[in-house]
Every structure is written in C-alpha cells, then in structure tokens.
Design a protein. Structure first.
Length: 479
C-alpha cells in the first residue's frame, strides 16, 4: 500500500507522466484529463479492461503487465494507493529520483486554480458526484470533473470543461481528501472505516472535521447520518472561523429536506428548500434510478447546486436526467425471467441500501445476493454486520471467497466467516469456486428472481459464468 505524502510539494511542471495502474476508475479518469490538457501520458496495468482500451483509443500508450521498460522516458510517475511496494516501475522511479505522485496529488495538480467541488463520504459519493456533474451540465454549465465511476449518460468518468468549476470524488480512505483546495464540500455520510490507516475512530472523525473546515465557501452535509452530525458538532465545538453550512436529508430542520418519498419504482419524492430569508420552496422530483438512497443523494446534489446559485426547479430537472453510474445496480442480462445486476457495494451500510432499493425491482420474485467479501481486514471487522444485512435484505445469498486486493491472506479469514454468521443456514451458501457457484445459482433460480453481484472487487467477472449457467438451465428446460 502506498499512501500520499500530504506535505509533498507537487511540481508545477510534470513533463511526461507515466501511470502505474492506469486501468483503475480513478487513475484512468485522471490520465484522460492530463492527456486532454496536452500532457504526454503513458501507463500500465496488470490486465486490460474497459478503461485501458478507451485510453488506448485516445492515443495513450498503455502496456499490459508491469515492467521497468514501460516507464520509458517519463519525467513523473503517478501511482495508485493499491500498488505493491515492490512494483518494478515504482522501484525504478525511486532509483532514478523521479517525482512519484499519489493519484490524489495528480488530481490536485489538475484541479489547481479552479473553484473545486469535493464530494466525500463513506457511501454514495460516486453517485452524488455523477448527479452534481449531470445537474451542472443540464443547467448549461461546463465543469471539469473526475469521478470514481463511469457516468452512464456521458460514457466516461472524467472530462475537461471551460468553466472554473471542477467537480471531484474525494477519497477519505488515506486522508488524501485534505490535499484539495476545496471551495464547496459535500459530505454524504461519515461511517468510520479505514481504521488500519487512521489508527483510531477519533482520528478518522477529525479528518472529516478538517475537510469540512477547509472548504473556503460552503459545506453541504447530511442532517440524518450520525457520523455527519458528530462532525457538525465537532466543527462548532472546536470553534474558529467556519464556512457556510447547509444540511440536507429527512431531518426536520434540514435546509434541503426530503419529504413524501415513493420508492415503489424509479424513486420520486418532494423536497423543501429553505431560502436565506427563511422562506421554503416545495417541489416534486422524479428520478430515473431506484432506491431511497438515491433520493437522498439527489437532495444532497440539489443542496450543492442551489448553493452555487442555481434555481431549485431547474436544478431538480437537471438532476433527474442522471441515469446511474457503472457498477451501481447495473443491469447485465435476463435469462429465463431471471435478471442479473451488478453493484459496487462493499460495506454493510452500502449492501443494506442496495438490497432495499433492489426490492423495488424484484416485485413478486426473490432477491438473490452474490457477495464477494473485499479485503481480509474488512471481512474480519464486519463479517457479522454483512451477515445481518444480507440475511435481512436478501432471500438467498451465495458468499464467494475473499478478494484480498492489496492485502496478504489472513489465516482463518474467508467468506465462511460471513456465511457462518447467518442464523438461518438454509438461506446461505459459501462456495469458493466460481463455476460451482454459478451452477448452484442457476439451480436455485426461478423466473422472476433478481440476482445481484456485490463487491468493489472482481465479482462482476463471474456474471458471464452465471449467465451461461442460467442458459444451460432454462434453455434445457425449454423456458
């Protein structure tokens, strides 16, 4: 794991920039932006994906596999935090004395001199960023943006704009969101995690307090989330000058308040917006996406847009054009009346919200969760919570083996930890072989069921196997 040096002076001129791990959602977006700005860009990744192919089509030199020769004549290296320390390209840059920037520092370089909207939070920040960007574009603005996921309607996770506005998804996992010169901060929620980096819950919470205090214009923050309310309380208790604060959510006193929710289909709601004069405007909104959590995300995005001076009704119309982001309840296939979706949910709170919104899609069928635990540390810490929300929210669950990503295996920490915590063992199966898992899923599936894979790891790659197994089952049955 490579963490950013928050005190490092970022060079004004980067020269030719080489990205190690260029295929990641955040890294690819930054690389695309630098390429658009005229910076010579190259990169490498361990495997090809949608992002590496899209960058290659733009003319970026992308190598598959990591090797010292990939660095070439680069003047600066950009790395992702998930990189192993022994990566040959990283080690070569260190030996040559090349500047090595963490992904967040490269993003800070891109956003220098702009009016920056930074969106942070444990959950919902990718969707909220997509909603703010979609809203701004629909209102006639032309912001630059870098999101952590591809915005479906735009087909990209990043883009250069002509305005001074720059919208980013800001990562709290390694404190890098404190690097940015933020004008408007949106905090979706504050759910303590990444304690392996922060060392304590207190340090994690203080980082959000510092992030909020660092906004030069305004902080938009949840009025419902306990962690966000704790941050608000600390902001006031610690004293000193504060930016303007606007709250959003369902709470009675929220400045932008969600009311009259209808999540029986694509979510609809009404919203009350409190003006500077104390007056309240009430408007109705209809989104194209599902789930109460997306209504909350939309209200947070609305608070940002109206805080920037845009009209309430026009902002809601613009946000309503948001069609989702890739790997956020993304539909993949329907076979024999069984629909298969994929989602990035990888924390118990996210999984609970996903399953809740998926219920609106299921109708009379069953909801089958395909859970890939992500990281040994997270699985060890939250296996009981995962089991609780999966058992409560899904009719059946298949738990796969842990995707350790950047972490080494930990003895005794497997997907079985999650499965064993189910009180009703008839509703869960731990299967560590993907083909057996796909065959089992096809065996238990019935027309009308919805299956959803969930993890920020590689679980989406099982979908072709699941679809093939479903074809084998239903085609053979003549259905």
């Amino acid at each position: 794991m490579i963490y950013p040096d928050l005190d490092m002076q970022i060079p004004d001129e980067l020269g030719k920039v080489h990205f190690v791990g260029i295929g990641g959602s955040g890294m690819s977006g930054i690389a695309r932006m630098m390429h658009a700005a005229g910076v010579r860009v190259s990169g490498s990744d361990r495997s090809a994906n949608y992002n590496t192919k899209a960058l290659a089509e733009l003319g970026v030199a992308v190598s598959i596999g990591h090797a010292v020769e990939n660095v070439g004549d680069a003047d600066t290296l950009v790395v992702t935090g998930a990189l192993w320390q022994d990566n040959p390209e990283y080690q070569l840059a260190l030996s040559k004395g090349l500047p090595v920037l963490h992904r967040s520092q490269a993003l800070a370089w891109l956003a220098r001199g702009t009016r920056l909207v930074s969106i942070a939070g444990a959950h919902g920040k990718t969707t909220s960023t997509g909603m703010v960007v979609t809203g701004l574009l629909g209102l006639g603005a032309d912001p630059s943006f870098v999101n952590g996921g591809i915005i479906e309607s735009l087909g990209t996770s990043s883009g250069p704009g002509s305005d001074d506005l720059f919208v980013i998804e800001a990562d709290e996992s390694d404190k890098s969101f404190l690097l940015y010169d933020t004008a408007i901060a949106l905090i979706t929620n504050v759910d303590p995690e990444h304690l392996d980096f922060y060392g304590s819950r207190e340090n994690f919470m203080q980082a959000f307090v510092d992030f909020a205090r660092g906004a030069s214009e305004q902080v938009v923050i949840s009025a419902d989330d306990p962690g966000a309310l704790e941050v608000l309380e600390s902001l006031h208790a610690q004293g000193g000058a504060l930016p303007a604060i606007r709250t959003f959510g369902e709470a009675e006193g929220a400045d932008v308040r969600l009311v009259a929710l209808d999540d029986s289909g694509p979510v609809a709601f009404e919203v009350e917006v409190r003006g500077a004069d104390g007056g309240v405007e009430r408007h109705r909104a209809q989104l194209a996406v599902f789930g109460k959590h997306n209504a909350v995300n939309a209200v947070g995005a609305l608070a940002v847009l109206t805080g920037l001076g845009f009209d309430v009704a026009a902002s809601l119309r613009a946000i309503s054009e948001f069609g989702g982001t890739k790997r956020r309840f993304e539909f993949h296939a329907e076979v024999g009346g069984v629909r298969v979706y994929d989602d990035y949910a990888h924390h118990p709170t996210e999984v609970a919200a996903l399953l809740d919104s998926a219920r609106a899609v299921v109708g009379e069928g069953r909801l089958i969760a395909i859970h890939q635990p992500h990281l040994y540390s997270r699985t060890s810490l939250f296996h009981r919570e995962f089991a609780e929300v999966l058992e409560q929210g899904a009719d059946r669950t298949v738990v796969l083996s842990v995707d350790g990503a950047r972490e080494d295996p930990v003895p005794g920490v497997t997907g079985a930890l999650v499965a064993d915590d189910f009180s009703d063992q008839s509703r869960v199966a731990y299967i560590d072989d993907w083909q057996r898992a796909a065959d089992y899923l096809a065996e238990i599936a019935e027309p009308g069921d919805v299956m959803v894979t969930m993890s920020c790891g590689t679980v989406y790659q099982i979908i072709p196997q699941v679809v093939e197994a479903l074809h084998g089952r239903f085609d053979a049955d003549g259905e």
